[in-house]
Design a protein around this ligand. Sequence first.
Ligand SMILES: *Cc1c(COP(=O)(O)O)cnc(C)c1O
Length: 475
Amino acid sequence: MQYVSTRGHSGRKQFCEALLEGLAPDGGLYVPETYPRVDHATLDAWRTLSYANLAFEILSLYVGDIPSVDLKAICAKTYTPEIFGKPDIAPLRKLERGLYLQELSNGPTLAFKDMAMQLLGNLLEYELDRRQENLNILGATSGDTGSAAEYAMRGKKGVRVFMLSPRGRMSAFQQAQMFSLQDHNIHNIAIDGVFDDCQDIVKRVASDLEFKQQYKIGAVNSINWARLLAQVVYYFSGYLQASERGATSVSFAVPSGNFGNICAGHVARMMGLPISRLVLATNENDVLDEFFRTGVYRVRSRADTLETSSPSMDISKASNLERFVFDVLDRDAERTRSLFADQLGERGSFDLSGESRFAEAAARFGFRSGRSTHADRLATIRDTWKRCKTEIDPHTADGVRVARRHASSDTPMVVLETALPVKFGATIKEALGREADRPERLKGIEELPRRVKILPPDVQAVKNYIWGIVVDAIN
Ligand SMILES: *Cc1c(COP(=O)(O)O)cnc(C)c1O
């Protein structure tokens, strides 16, 4: 399998090239040349596989440049009950008739991002060792991504992480999770500023090509194809579990921000997995709900991006949407480039409502959408606790809320659980009037010693800090 860019100008790449590059050189996103089809007989044969072996089978269809024995070993080492806290890795839990929760948040940082990031850590370590190269991962986080990246890369050979976060603005639990890591290859940088300051610094460092090359700066953001591919696996696992109970097709509801998670569902469906509907849930930042309802994609300004109680979905634009639009346009790379490079650059929006292809797309690709608000979120957390005796986090609550609106009696609906409630304790307290449940191993992490460097919101200060660490390691 080879990979092409959604903007059509980057040639064909192997899996590991796309893994290390992230963004294609023409600014587009890597997608597989075709989606391999999985027939019913194969699906049935996969029923008895462990999660790690299911991951291996699916990855094998997409990875042409890692020998099978190695790929199998990477999957086996990634998806273990020790790391993911449950024997089945991503089990379904019944909420009520026809409505299930797929548990994806029992990994090290209690959010679904571990499902992909843990694999990415092992793939990167493998490939860097094979090439005898190093990588310095630079990122900005408001919470979940940074911690998932750090827990995936800690102790990995050839990899260092420099993670910027806005000082004092993550939840107390999230700060404790990141700053308590003592691994020498993990560097927390708290910036005196807001998340946007952090993101600007990362962008400016990455656009200094000389610095970028000299210090081997890379990223692990959600547009990385390997992350998306890892997420395809749990849709297969969710379908196989739900269909064991007799259903012939299954719908998924996905709390969405950057469109990474649900894009993996789109890929699974294109591979022939019997997914009836892909229900996209947003919070008050409803860029994506608007797009699916109207065909207009309108990037929000900073001032128009709200701070909500499901903060990991507070996006102004959806960085993975380009992959889906590429498919909607029957893989017309020129048109995709003109929409995402030209029109978004010039006006901050584009409009597909006049395209017959867009009108057909919702039906053809099974998408539905909806939005949820703070009040909906609180009511859903309360109601799910009262009726189903299950505590859900605010993001998952957005998913459950929108799922209920699109439920149908003949098709089971699986809501993807994107985080555990303890990560967002304040909202749980507001909804339930008590503290969220906390796994035993995470009791008292707020009291652990912290390792974090505080810097001003200044590009040069961050470059100097990286330079100091890298040079120190060489000497
Ligand atoms: C990242 C994240 C999301 C959004 O996922 P996307 O792949 O960006 O759509 C939703 N909920 C939680 C808890 C997250 O961490």
